[in-house]
Design a protein around this ligand. Sequence first.
Ligand code: PXP
Length: 249
Amino acid sequence: MSDSNKLRLGVNIDHVATVRNARGSAYPDPVRAAKLAENAGADGITAHLREDRRHIRDEDIEGLTAALETPLNFEMAATEEMQAIALRHTPHAVCIVPEKREERTTEGGLDVAADDNRLAEFIAPLRKAGSRVSLFIGHEPQQIRASARIGAAVVELHTGAYCDFHYEGELEKRNEELEALREGAALAHSLGLEVHAGHGLTFETVQPIAAIPEVRELNIGHFLMAEALFIGMESAIIEMRRLMDEARA
Ligand code: PXP
């Protein structure tokens, strides 16, 4: 496989912190998990600092910034507090996600089309500071066009609905979602955006997404951490990498 065809794997280590926080202990340490992920073949580490700090905390971002050899993809909501933190650390990438306090996970994409002026202003200092700004969106063409218009470098397409339909056995809807993701990736690429994808991906669902040629990076967390309980984090990451490379070949 040529390097230009290689798909990067960003490993999200949020749920190592979730387990730590459940007992208020010092372990398991998400920075240790991130180093292990790097050694197992992760091309980058993703962490989402939520307003309620339910998983990663501010000091974890400091620890990750100091310890990582691969790029940090810092996920955050478009708030002033998070902007100040991102500007303090200037991570390689900042991925803007919608955030609702009551949700269990990031349930949908950003409405860039409805909030384009505010988001354009919000991301300008992050871009100026040198972080690559990514917007976590659905595959709708108006969201992709708005993302390009406001100057994002990257869009990350939300694969949650595709994965949900797969596991609900709604195969027709799953395939429609997949087709819309393919079209979205092609449109984004044609507008000069780098395309990433993620949310809910598993060994069973990753390959059709990995095979979309315009997709350059997948960000995967929950499943890898769940699988790590049974086969270990290293084996889980190695198997995910193998499936991604196989789909790409
Ligand atoms: N990408 C983004 C933008 C996310 O918010 C998340 C979840 O935090 C992921 C990818 C990873 O999703 P999952 O943990 O379901 O693999």
